[in-house]
Design a protein around this ligand. Structure first.
Ligand code: AMP
Length: 411
C-alpha cells in the first residue's frame, strides 16, 4: 500500500504540489486463482493444463472449444487461441472491442461491457491480475479473486445483451491468460529497478498515482500493450474512475501509432451515497464503508466551488480540504470502537490532458479534480464486527471529477 498523508500533508499537497497523480490496475492473480480453485474444487487432474482446469471446473468444452458454462461465450487462455479466434472477424470486417479487467467484477465493469456491446460486433473481456502493476508491498496476494462470480455475471450479462435488440454485439470471448502466457520471456519482477521489456509513459505516468505507486503505470502500459497486440481491438473501453489511467492509455495508443479508439465510460457509483464502485471496496467492512465517501464529498465540494465561478486552485482545493477536516474532527471525537481513521494521499487539480497541477482552471479547457485516500484499519473491532475482506487491511481509494469546460457536458 502506498504512503499516505494526514491533514498536514493535505495542506502540503494543496499548497506545494505542482505535480499531479492517479492509477488502477489489472493485475492480479488469475493464474493463482485458477490453481487455487483447482486444488479446492477439482478431483485429480494428472497433468494440469489451463484447458483441463477450465473444462473440469467452470467451463464447458464442446467441440474442443472452451466456453463459459451454459453460454456461447468462448474462454480463451492463450495468445494463439485469441489470434485464431480474431482472424475471421478481421476478414469479415467485424469490429472487436476489448474491456480489460482484473476480475472481481462489479457494475462498473459491466457498464463498460454494455457500452462496448452497443458499439461493436464482438466484445472480448480480459480478466488478468497483472503482477507488474502492483508494487512489492501492495495487495497483490489479497486482491479479491472471484472467478465463479465473475463468470456468472458475464453469462447473465451476455444473455441480457442477446435479448436487447439495440446491441450490435455481445460478449464473444473472455481472455484469461496466465502470467507465463503474458510474460513469455519470464516475469521481470515488481521492483522499481526490475529489468525487462516494459512500456513507460512519462511524464504523465510519474505524476499523482505514479508518484505514490512508481511501478503502477509501467505495469498498466506494459500489460495493455500486450493485450492490445493479442486481441487487436478496434476499440478499448476504460473507466473514468481511473482517470489518469485513461490519459496514459490514450498516450500509449497515440505515441505507438496503434489503430485503436480509446473509449472512456463514466464512473459507476453506489446509488445511495455516491461511493465509486471498486473491487477494493470489499476490504472496507461496514464501519469504514460509511466514511469511505469522504473523498467523493471533498471532490464534490471542490466542484461546487468551480461551479459557483471559482477558478483559482487555492479556493477550489480549500473547499475539499474543509470537508476532509470536518470528517476528521467528527471521527476524532468518537471512541476506538466507533471511529474511522484515514489519511489523504493527495487531492489534485490538474490539466485534463497532461495531469500537471494547475494554478487556475481555464474554463475553455476545464480540469480534473482527483484524489487518493488511505482508509486505515480499525483500531479496535466491536464484538462480531465485519471488518471486511482479508480482515480489513488499509485500503487505498481513488476518485475523480471532471471539471467540464464551459459549454461542455456535466458528469
Ligand atoms: P480493474 O478491474 O479495477 O482494473 O478495472 C477494469 C476497468 O474497469 C478499468 O478501466 C476501470 O477504470 C474500470 N472501472 C473500475 N471501476 C469502475 C467504476 N466504478 N465505474 C466505471 N468503470 C470502472
Amino acid at each position: 500500500m502506498p504512503p499516505t498523508a494526514n491533514a498536514a500533508a493535505l495542506i502540503r499537497h494543496t499548497v506545494l504540489l505542482r505535480p499531479a497523480i492517479i492509477t488502477t490496475a489489472f493485475s492480479k492473480t488469475f493464474p493463482m486463482t485458477t490453481s487455487r480453485a483447482v486444488s479446492r474444487s477439482c478431483t485429480v487432474i494428472p497433468k494440469v493444463t489451463s484447458r483441463t482446469m477450465a473444462s473440469s471446473c467452470s467451463s464447458s468444452s464442446k467441440g474442443g472449444l472452451e466456453k463459459l458454462p451454459s453460454s456461447p461465450v468462448r474462454l480463451l487462455r492463450t495468445t494463439s487461441s485469441v489470434r485464431l479466434w480474431r482472424r475471421p472477424h478481421l476478414l469479415d470486417h467485424r469490429t472487436v472491442a476489448l474491456v480489460p479487467t482484473m476480475g472481481a467484477l462489479h457494475s462498473g465493469h459491466l457498464s463498460l461491457i454494455r457500452r462496448a456491446a452497443r458499439e461493436n460486433h464482438h466484445v472480448v473481456v480480459s480478466i488478468y491480475v497483472n503482477p507488474a502493476q502492483f508494487g512489492i508491498s501492495e495487495d497483490l496476494d489479497s486482491y479479491p479473486q472471484t472467478w465463479d462470480s465473475d463468470v456468472a455475471q458475464l453469462v447473465k450479462l451476455d444473455r441480457e445483451l442477446a435479448d436487447d435488440g439495440d446491441n450490435l454485439g455481445r460478449i464473444s470471448a473472455v481472455f484469461a491468460p496466465s502470467t507465463k502466457e503474458m510474460y513469455p520471456g519470464g516475469f521481470p519482477g515488481q521492483e522499481v529497478d526490475s529489468k525487462g521489456s516494459f512500456v513507460t509513459i512519462t511524464p504523465v505516468g510519474e505524476l499523482l498515482e505514479g508518484r505514490t505507486r512508481p511501478t503502477f503505470f509501467r505495469g498498466v502500459a506494459t500489460v495493455c500493450m500486450k493485450l492490445f497486440n493479442v486481441v487487436q481491438p478496434e476499440r478499448v473501453y476504460f473507466g473514468q474512475k481511473d482517470v489518469q489511467q485513461t490519459v496514459v492509455i490514450k498516450r500509449l495508443v497515440r505515441d505507438f501509432l496503434m489503430p485503436i479508439e480509446v473509449v472512456v465510460g463514466r464512473t459507476e457509483r453506489d446509488e445511495k451515497d455516491g461511493l465509486a464502485l471498486s473491487s477494493r471496496n470489499v476490504y472496507l467492512g461496514e464501519r469504514r464503508r460509511q466514511q469511505a465517501t469522504v473523498l467523493y464529498r471533498a471532490l464534490k465540494a471542490a466542484e461546487g466551488e468551480y461551479k459557483r465561478g471559482g477558478r483559482k486552485r487555492e479556493g477550489i482545493l480549500r473547499a475539499a480540504e474543509g470537508v476532509v477536516e470536518g470528517v476528521k474532527r467528527e471521527e476524532e471525537g468518537k471512541g476506538v470502537e466507533e471511529r474511522v481513521r484515514f489519511e489523504v494521499d493527495y487531492i489534485s487539480l490538474a490539466d485534463p490532458d497532461t495531469m500537471e497541477e494547475i494554478e487556475e482552471v481555464d474554463p475553455a479547457r476545464g480540469g480534473i479534480l482527483s484524489g487518493a485516500i488511505k482508509m486505515l484499519p480499525v483500531e479496535k473491532a466491536r464484538e462480531g464486527e465485519d471488518l471486511g475482506h482479508s480482515g480489513g487491511p488499509a485500503v487505498r481509494l481513488i476518485d475523480n471529477i471532471i471539471l467540464e469546460p464551459e459549454g461542455g457536458k456535466e458528469e
